[in-house]
Design a protein around this ligand. Structure first.
Ligand SMILES: *[C@@H]1O[C@H](CO)[C@@H](O)[C@H](O)[C@H]1NC(C)=O
Ligand SMILES: *[C@@H]1O[C@H](CO)[C@@H](O)[C@H](O)[C@H]1NC(C)=O
Length: 359
């Protein structure tokens, strides 16, 4: 059964939450029409925000043959993900978001259960919740299940890791590349159920470098009124589905018959308003969920008639980039980065806020 009372209640909750946000926004707009009071001080880079052109199309170097990544070919039925479905939360922190101040930014970090080293590196670097003074940030790692042969012993370790850090969200589905869409959707379900007050939600992969100061102050800007339909990242436009089964991002025609994907933010890291996160989840209940998580979010946006907001050129670096302190200081996300490199980069990067020119 695709629809249930749960979904109905979810829909109603969503409507109320977004209604409140919209009311706030309208109020903010109305006050913006009043005679000019003291001007908000916007930094030069951020005031250019809406006019900056889209990131150019990625090169076809992206069509990495599957052989380099895995021997397994995807079959059409694997391209469809079982959703909606009530996957259980096996490790959860329902009260995480109930602190005194509503979170400005909720980080949903995607790792696999076995990636405990990656998580530890992230906790001590960009995932540190206190990293941006005066801004409430929450961090949660979203993960699924170990393959069954690893399950018992590893699951015990995972629960111990969570007891120490209180930051895991484990959901009851097999944690595979093809199930990545489920991870994001379950992260968004957590937002709807436990954290509707989050102003922004970041979905980010574990193998990244994130610059939270830049993301918060230059991209999101706490002094701005809420933006109910905001989502940004590295935006792909006019990308065509790959029809050859041996390519990594193979998309069977029977699953997505169109010739061009709607615009979408590359999956390694994108950030959206909490309100939009809830709307995406609501339409996700009605569209056939596909394994390409970022494309799927793009399909949800299309259904919502929301276009991703272009970001300043190059602040999302998703084809790797050599580390340089003051260069990284002006970027939001770099992908991919190995956890061991992250640790050494961070030791140096900590000096960036005091030694690099500030934007
Ligand atoms: C996704 O998770 C479900 C539920 O655990 C599992 O049955 C399915 O095999 C997984 N899909 C893939 C492609 O791994
Ligand atoms: C610079 O960043 C470091 C590490 O992120 C932090 O401990 C320090 O307080 C920051 N200094 C200033 C002046 O913001």
């Amino acid at each position: 059964m695709r629809w249930s009372w749960g979904h109905l209640v979810l829909g109603v909750l969503l409507g109320v939450a977004c209604g409140v946000m919209l009311a706030l926004l309208l109020e903010a707009k109305r006050s913006a029409l009043k005679p000019p009071g003291p001007q908000l001080h916007l930094k030069s880079k951020s005031s250019l925000y809406p006019e900056i052109p889209l990131v150019p199309l990625a090169p076809d170097a992206l069509d990495i043959p599957m052989e380099r990544l895995s021997k397994q070919h995807l079959t059409p039925d694997m391209a469809v993900v079982k959703y909606p479905y009530s996957y259980p939360f096996l490790i959860n922190h329902p009260d995480k978001c109930q602190g005194e101040t509503a979170p400005f930014l909720l980080m949903l970090v995607m790792t696999q259960p076995q990636d405990s080293e990656t998580r530890e590196a992230i906790r001590t670097t960009w995932g540190n919740e206190a990293i941006v003074p005066g801004v409430t940030i929450l961090r949660l790692f979203v993960l699924g299940l170990f393959p069954s042969h690893l399950h018992r012993h590893h699951q015990d370790l995972l629960e111990k890791e969570d007891a120490e850090n209180q930051d895991l969200l484990q959901v009851g589905f097999l944690d595979t590349y093809s199930n990545l869409t489920l991870k994001t959707l379950m992260g968004l379900e957590w937002v709807v159920h436990h954290c509707q007050t989050a102003q922004y939600v970041l979905k980010v992969d574990g193998d990244t470098f994130l610059n939270p100061r830049f993301l918060v102050h230059q991209v999101l800007q706490p002094e701005r009124p809420p933006r109910p339909t905001f989502i940004t990242g590295y935006i792909y436009k006019n990308r065509m589905p790959m029809r050859k089964p041996h390519y990594k991002w193979y998309m069977p025609r029977e699953v997505f018959p169109g010739t061009i994907y709607p615009p979408y933010c590359a999956g390694a890291g994108y950030v959206m308003s909490g309100c939009l996160a809830m709307k995406i989840l609501a339409v996700a209940q009605k569209i056939k969920a596909i394994y390409l998580e970022d494309v799927f979010v793009g399909l949800c946006l299309q259904r919502l008639r929301v276009k991703p907001t272009p970001s300043p050129l190059d602040i999302f670096q998703f084809f790797g980039r050599e580390y340089e302190r003051c260069d990284f200081n002006q970027l939001a996300i770099v992908h991919p980065i190995k956890p061991v490199d992250l640790l050494s980069i961070w030791m140096d990067f900590e000096k960036a806020n005091t030694t690099c020119p500030q934007s």
